[in-house]
Design a protein around this ligand. Structure first.
Ligand code: NOJ
Length: 541
């Protein structure tokens, strides 16, 4: 079986600000990542995706970049970064950088120049208009901001401080491609490419269909517009072609049937993060207080559609820095979280594609609900809170939705041990540590053979050496059932099967298929003739 390096092992995602602080600043840094490379290696991954570490005012925690070719002093230096690449490489791990090319920070010198007048050399590097439209930014509020200096509005799909670049301008594209090549020449193993679906803007800037408040999400007006693939093929030609790298792009709104135009032979990227399985609660756009209840059959359909559409060129993920913790999202209230974490791991490592582990997921971490909106740092949590309040919800109701869906749920400091601040920092951490850190931490879980951490390690190692899991065909069984997720992976005459009970009660085994099957892994230590609450079993049939 001919597989690329990024198909053979998983990826570990690091949110450096919350990983490990080695300077006593309260925020994590690159040396912290360097210190924990052996821990990361123990998870059997072949790459680390680092969320942005470039110089940034940190309005959106680094997704507002002020210089594409340097490291923010909060995180360290270029020399630290080079050392990280080298030390990771010595462990057969590559570093994947996060490219944020839809927008910059409003402090980026390009924007600082662009806003000075309508005729400066960079006047056309951003999206400027005399009249705003009714577009609502993804973080809430108008997507247009009035610039006094230039007497025009500029477009920002995300925060006010994140002006959108004008990809129609060839100089902009050149400058971005140069920045990407700068990191490849330094030895990075590839890119996770942020918010890429928004780079193409419509030919006409007109009002969109209005929601009850008169606004229309910018997402509905600009996501994946015709013509975007021309830009992306140029990007590929100028940056990716001829290099042994891994590219995975964030593409909310590209549907499974469109995936072939985006990934693999004839496509642009190696893989694409599409959102259908993580956004099934938001069929009408991600407004948290309008969330629909989680429906297992929808979740399974989304996963199965992607599996079929991509033939394995697929990042399997249940968590990242933008999503709440999975054990609290995909299972009913009252679920045992350790069982849930192991059940998800079983799916993560046995679906076809590249498994992505988000820091802390391997410890089974859950959501951290803060008691006041003022405790939230995440800019989108504040936007969602305001939106809910404007829709007539009380403070308390609005806060409940933030507690459930906030991005800060996954951004609390990594839990290394049971010492103060979970061993993350010797100072005041930038975001509170989850209160469960005395139980859920890497040191304690390392010692416990039955921990979530050791379950991850075992499954990851198994997956990396199993031809059936690396390349076998995927088939879903009983897709309509709302209680269990069962699928098989087949290569030649071997079939492996994953079965997970998503309920908090016993379920009879769907007859026959398991007769004579051999259990390889499970999240219960013993066997039963019932499928127990949250039970996950991985069989050879
Ligand atoms: C997606 C990133 O994952 C998210 O954290 C960020 O806020 C937006 N893109 C804007 O860059």
């Amino acid at each position: 079986m001919k597989l690329s390096w990024w198909q053979r092992k998983g990826v570990y995602q690091i949110y450096p600000k919350s990983f490990l602080d080695t300077t006593g600043s309260g925020t994590g840094d690159l040396r912290g990542v360097l210190e924990r490379l052996d821990y990361i290696k123990s998870l059997g991954v072949g790459a680390i995706w680092l969320t942005p570490v470039y110089p940034s005012p940190m309005v959106d925690n680094g997704y507002d970049i002020a210089d594409y070719t340097d490291i923010d002093p909060r995180f360290g230096t270029l020399a630290d970064f080079d050392k990280l690449i080298a030390e990771a490489k010595a462990r057969d791990i590559r570093i994947i950088m996060d490219l944020v090319f839809n927008h910059t920070s409003d402090r980026h010198p390009w924007f600082v120049e662009s806003k000075t007048s309508r005729d400066n050399p960079k006047a056309d590097w951003y999206i400027w208009r005399d009249e705003p439209t009714n577009w609502r930014s993804i973080f809430g509020g108008s997507a247009w901001h009035w610039c006094k200096e230039r007497q025009q509005f500029y477009l920002h799909s995300f925060a006010t401080q994140q002006p959108d670049l004008n990809w129609e301008n060839a100089d902009v594209r050149r400058a971005l491609f140069d920045a990407a090549n700068f990191w490849l020449d330094r030895g990075v193993g590839g890119f996770r490419i942020d918010a890429i679906v928004y780079i193409k803007k419509p030919a006409q800037f007109v009002d969109g269909p209005a929601d009850s408040d008169g606004t229309c999400s910018v997402h509905n007006m600009t996501a994946a517009l015709p013509g975007i693939l021309d830009f992306l093929h140029e990007f590929k030609r100028e940056v990716f072609d001829g290099r042994d790298i891994f590219t995975v792009a964030e593409a909310n709104s590209v549907t499974p049937d469109e995936l072939p135009a985006w990934v693999g032979e004839g496509g642009v990227f190696d893989e694409l993060f599409e959102f259908s399985h993580v956004n099934i609660m938001f069929p009408f756009g991600e407004v948290w207080h309008r969330a629909e209840p989680f429906k297992l059959s929808d979740f399974k359909r989304a996963l199965s559609d992607s599996q079929r559409a991509t033939h394995g060129l697929y990042p399997i993920y249940f968590e990242n820095h933008d999503k709440p913790r999975a054990v609290d999202t995909f299972f009913p209230h009252g679920t045992n979280k350790i069982l849930a974490a192991k059940a998800l791991a079983t799916i993560l490592f046995t679906l076809r594609g590249t498994p992505f582990i988000y820091q802390g997921q391997e410890l089974g971490l859950g959501n951290a609900a803060f008691s006041s909106i003022d405790d939230y740092d995440d800019i989108s949590s504040r936007g969602q809170y305001d939106l809910a309040r404007a829709d007539g919800l009380s403070d308390k109701q609005a806060l409940r939705f933030v507690q459930k869906f906030s991005r800060d749920n996954a951004r609390t400091p990594m839990q290394w041990n049971s010492s103060p601040n979970a061993g993350f920092t010797s100072a005041e951490p930038w975001l509170p540590v989850h209160e469960d850190f005395a139980t859920f931490n890497a040191e304690a879980e390392d010692r416990d053979a039955d921990s979530v951490l050791n379950f991850y390690r075992r499954l990851s190692a198994f997956r990396n050496s199993s031809d059936v899991l690396l390349g076998g065909e995927y088939r879903e069984l009983f897709p309509e059932r709302e209680d269990v997720y069962i699928f098989t992976r087949t290569l030649g005459n071997r079939t492996l099967c994953t079965a997970v009970n998503f309920t908090t009660h016993d379920v009879p085994f769907p007859a026959k298929i398991f007769d004579g099957a051999r259990k390889i892994f499970g999240n219960y230590p013993d066997e039963s003739n019932h499928f127990r609450p949250t039970e996950a079993i991985f069989y050879e049939l």
